[in-house]
Design a protein around this ligand. Structure first.
Ligand SMILES: Nc1ncnc2c1ncn2[C@@H]1O[C@H](COP(=O)(O)OP(=O)(O)OP(=O)(O)O)[C@@H](O)[C@H]1O
Length: 266
């Protein structure tokens, strides 16, 4: 399962509450260099909360997180320059052009202008956006924005990448390119933390799957290991079983019947 024995990320006894609501209950996780971790769980399980802690966006929590062997609470912010992030709902500056936005992001990571312009032009071209370098992002489609976010997360060549639904809005061809990019990056020793609800993609690209439910890690292993443990076929079925969910038909029936109530043709 581990491509390397070098620990890149270590979560130790991490708990998090919002008021009386406990979101994470003493979770532990060690991630190794070169792994693609599929981080999955039901809505509200605590996935984004964990990712935001690792990014230093949430600082109040119990336990410790070490990234590149530095405790992120006490070790300073230098680790952030080696991290890339594609957020679920991308904050993107609409009034800027991609070149302006990526220059801003690259500047934050200490890249020089020449390198930023060179990389931006080439990466935009590979995503079929070469004519849009100087167009305001406000006029971009969802998929075009997502491509800019993906470039922004990678432009500084990070060692650790956090992705929250990174394929959102991408067409089938672009999805294939991004999946291949992730595989190649992991093969070259980059570590990827991939959070998504699209189970067949997680199943295919992750070499380790971590399932969080009710603030606890209830499964951790390769897809094949999870299949053996739960005796289920697809990751979607394993997810249903491990989260104790078997009511999709019943809920759908009720939903449709409420939607159609008052319909004379029922
Ligand atoms: N700022 C906040 N204040 C209060 N509660 C919060 C806050 N942020 C998140 N929560 C709660 O923490 C829980 C976990 O939220 P989180 O966003 O981490 O879930 P998630 O697993 O990423 O869900 P999803 O799959 O829907 O994106 C939810 O119950 C949510 O309501």
């Amino acid at each position: 399962m581990c491509k390397s024995d070098e620990v890149v990320l270590s979560i130790k006894n991490v708990s998090k509450s919002y008021g009386a609501t406990q979101v994470l209950n003493s979770i532990n996780l060690e991630v190794y260099k070169g792994q693609i971790i599929g981080y999955i769980g039901p809505n509200g399980a605590g996935k984004s909360t964990t990712v935001k802690m690792m990014l230093g966006l949430i600082t109040e929590f119990e336990g410790n997180i070490e990234i590149f062997n530095h405790n992120i609470k006490t070790g300073g912010a230098a680790y952030k320059s080696r991290i890339g992030y594609v957020p679920e709902n991308g904050e993107i500056y609409d009034s800027l052009t991609p070149l302006e936005y990526l220059s801003f992001v690259g500047g934050l990571y200490g890249m020089n202008n020449e390198e930023i312009i060179h990389k931006t032009s080439e990466l935009m071209e590979l995503f079929d956006l070469e004519d849009m370098l100087h167009t305001r992002i406000s006029s971009f489609s969802k998929g075009m924005r997502q491509k800019v976010l993906i470039i922004a997360s990678l432009i500084h060549n990070p060692d650790l990448l956090f992705l929250d639904e990174p394929l959102s809005g991408l067409d089938a061809n672009s999805m294939m390119i991004v999946k291949e990019i992730l595989e190649q990056l992991a093969n070259q020793g980059k570590t990827i933390f991939y959070s998504s609800h699209i189970m067949d993609v997680v199943e295919k690209i992750s070499n380790r799957i971590v399932l969080l439910t009710n603030g606890e890690i209830v499964a951790d292993g390769s897809f094949e290991q999870l299949q053996q443990q739960s005796k289920e076929g697809s990751l979607e079925e394993i997810f249903n079983q491990l989260t104790g969910f078997d009511q999709h038909k019943e809920i759908a029936n009720q939903f449709v019947s409420i939607v159609r109530s008052g319909d004379n043709n029922v």
